[in-house]
Design a protein around this ligand. Structure first.
Ligand SMILES: C[S@@+](CC[C@H](N)C(=O)[O-])C[C@H]1O[C@@H](n2cnc3c(N)ncnc32)[C@H](O)[C@@H]1O
Length: 264
């Protein structure tokens, strides 16, 4: 599964990009429909810059909430999808700011560009590229955002090293993502569908924080965390009765976290 995992992810998100907004409803994609991530709540659409067409229900938090974006900032959104958080960041950074969204799925970039034109965002640019080799200059960005994406990246050390490289000294990131506590059961681990669905690629919260510190970040904080309810359907589909029982007694959990850290 490991070798073709990025192709599976790309294929899945290309398919979603080509469907109508909000139509992701199987375990093969992230988002509240399958993971019941209620922390997103109903308030996303009340945030300035939120556009229904750009919100495909694929996020697992509201990274802009704690991102401390200031007027004039250059902001980078990793795995920008149809542009949801990039457009919110554009309002926060104002006309003197600039927002770059990067996504490896060309169909998502196309969809984001359609939204950009339709809603006349002039300070937003979408670039096709991979988080592991960002098409962005060293030391050039004030704030990095990402929403439910890094769990999908197999090489998380490379991803956070790239985040470090492109941030200006004094810049910071604010990322919402999925992490686990405990050990993923084999039945979940083996599923490519659950990888694309933001579960099987998730690492533990301790490993996640460990990588962030390892690449050099300071002042690491988790301003928001919420346990994700695992739908019964997932146990039934991927685990035997014994495995489910063992998992429920093991303290295992899946969490949506919003993590912040500073490049000194
Ligand atoms: C779960 S969706 C989230 C989209 C968006 N952040 C949102 O909240 O609507 C994941 C997105 O990350 C992109 N992606 C996954 N792995 C990536 C990688 N290694 N480099 C760049 N983009 C990636 C996918 O193409 C997809 O658009």
């Amino acid at each position: 599964m490991k070798e073709n995992v990025k192709d599976v992810v790309k294929e899945k998100y290309a398919e979603i990009a080509e469907q109508n907004a909000g139509s992701c409803c199987a375990p093969g994609c992230c988002g509240p429909q399958i993971l019941e991530i209620s922390m997103i709540g109903d308030d996303y659409d009340k945030i300035e810059g939120h556009i229904d067409e750009a919100d495909l229900g694929l996020g697992c938090g509201i990274p802009t909430e704690y991102a401390d974006i200031k007027s004039g900032d250059t902001v980078l959104d990793l795995g920008s999808g149809a542009g949801n958080d990039a457009f919110i960041a554009s309002k926060l950074a104002g006309p003197s700011g600039y927002v770059i969204g990067v996504d490896m799925t060309s169909q998502m970039i196309d969809r984001a560009n359609i939204n950009k034109e339709k809603f006349k965002f002039t300070n937003v640019e979408f670039r096709l590229g991979e988080i592991e080799a960002l098409p962005v200059q060293d030391d050039s960005v004030n704030v990095i955002l990402s929403n439910c994406v890094l769990n999908l990246v197999p090489d998380k050390i490379k991803a956070f090293s790239e985040i470090y490289r492109v941030l200006k000294p004094g810049g910071h990131f604010c990322i919402s993502d999925v992490v686990i506590v405990g050990e993923l059961p084999e039945g979940f681990k083996k599923s490519a569908e659950l990888y694309a669905g933001c579960i099987s690629g998730a690492i533990t919260r301790d490993e996640y924080i460990g990588i962030i510190k390892q690449v050099g970040f300071a002042e690491v904080q988790i301003p928001k965390e919420k346990r994700i309810v695992i739908p019964e359907e997932l146990y039934e589909r991927y685990l035997s009765g014994d495995e489910k029982e063992k998992l429920l007694n093991s303290g295992f959990g899946i969490f949506s976290v919003t993590v912040k850290a500073l490049k000194k």
